[in-house]
Design a protein around this ligand. Structure first.
Ligand SMILES: C[S@@+](CC[C@H](N)C(=O)[O-])C[C@H]1O[C@@H](n2cnc3c(N)ncnc32)[C@H](O)[C@@H]1O
Length: 337
């Protein structure tokens, strides 16, 4: 097994890299898509095997600088594009198919720790939260959206029980002074929450996460990204997803298990799609998690869940039931006031 310890020096520590490598076996070569390039941790490791090719995407222009060195080193074996992964199709020439498509969801350490981008509740800057290629910022959402929409965003995307109090206080505060910085929102959340302390997470986490998910349309991206990847992957190829949020994992689990041959259905209440030939085969409905050593090195990895599915030989049929099941998130992420 190769030693990837030098990757620990990257600005973003690649989560569960060993497990990704074990699934992909890049020593045998292969055509890869890295949908979430970030600082290029996965891509760099994959390209270190001589018979691999990687097409990488990231919606954040600041990820581009990490691609430059790899482009110099690997020329024909590597390409990088600024794009959302829902638009993956645009970069695939002549209906070419791939062996592995990887999604490492959420935000990178570079995004969190660049306090000017206002992703973190430790920031003192403008509350922005745009990963890139967005229509609106967090500031516009907080200052212009109705009580109902703010409440729906915080309640359904952040699973925050006290969403109504928080939303009411956002409306009240913005009438006095525009909400412009992260401390403004932290103050409102502190004022609104009954319990001022939570054992495992900061009391602001769920609201910040909800606003970020909305600003970046993260669930819509994931749903369309998975569908697009299913069209772009070869029969026998694998789609690998690392997620950090329970709703994201629910989306991935539903898609893989319900469109799978030996449907290990995650719930007996899920419908049976008799009319659709399974898009995946031998799906095990198993979650892979980081080991203790990794969590010690990189505490951020503790909530990561990896799932992967193998594409079947069956022709692609648009997964209507999948869209239907999660349409409410797509509709919510489309709202604009
Ligand atoms: C967790 S980081 C990935 C880190 C990467 N695996 C590495 O080893 O450096 C997630 C990255 O995905 C990007 N991203 C998130 N959603 C995206 C989307 N819908 N389309 C394209 N890129 C996205 C973010 O901008 C961020 O750079």
């Amino acid at each position: 097994m190769k030693d990837f310890s030098s990757l620990e020096n990257l600005p973003h520590y690649p989560v569960m890299l060993d497990q990704v490598i074990k699934i992909c076996k890049p020593e045998n070569g292969g055509d890869f898509i890295d949908c979430t390039f970030g600082a290029g941790g996965y891509t760099k490791a994959l390209l270190s095997f001589p018979k691999t090719k990687v097409l990488a995407l990231d919606r954040d222009i600041s990820a581009e600088k990490y691609s430059k060195k790899l482009k110099n080193l690997y020329k024909e074996r590597f390409s990088f594009n600024i794009s959302k992964f829902s638009q993956l199709n645009k970069f695939i020439e002549n209906e070419k198919k791939f062996d592995f498509i990887i999604f490492d969801l959420g935000i990178s350490s570079m995004q969190i720790f660049n306090l000017e981008r206002g992703f973190s509740f430790n920031s003192k800057n403008k509350i922005d939260m745009r990963m890139g290629l967005n229509k609106i910022s967090a500031q516009e959402v907080l200052n212009n959206f109705s009580l109902k929409t703010l409440n729906d965003i915080i309640k359904y995307l952040g699973e925050e029980k006290e969403s109504y109090h928080i939303s009411k206080n956002i409306i009240r505060e913005r009438k006095i002074k525009k909400i412009s910085s992260t401390p403004d929102l932290v103050r409102i959340i502190n004022k609104s929450k009954k319990k001022k302390f939570k054992k495992k997470i900061n009391i602001s986490t769920q609201t910040f996460q909800a606003i970020r998910i909305f600003v970046n349309k993260e669930f819509t991206e994931l749903i369309h990204g998975l569908i697009t990847a299913t069209q772009a992957i070869k029969a026998g190829g694998k789609i690998i997803v690392i997620s950090f949020h329970s709703i994201e994992d629910k989306i991935v689990k539903f898609f893989f298990s319900n469109y799978s041959e030996n449907k290990s259905r995650s719930s007996r209440y899920y419908p049976d799609f008799n009319d659709v030939k399974p898009l995946f085969e031998n799906y095990k409905n198993k979650i892979i998690r980081p080991n203790e050593k990794e969590i010690k090195i990189n505490n951020q990895s503790r909530s990561a869940k990896l799932r992967f599915a193998t594409r079947s030989k069956n022709n692609f049929v648009y997964p209507k039931e999948f869209i239907k099941k999660f349409q409410h998130y797509i509709d919510l992420e489309k709202r604009n006031a």
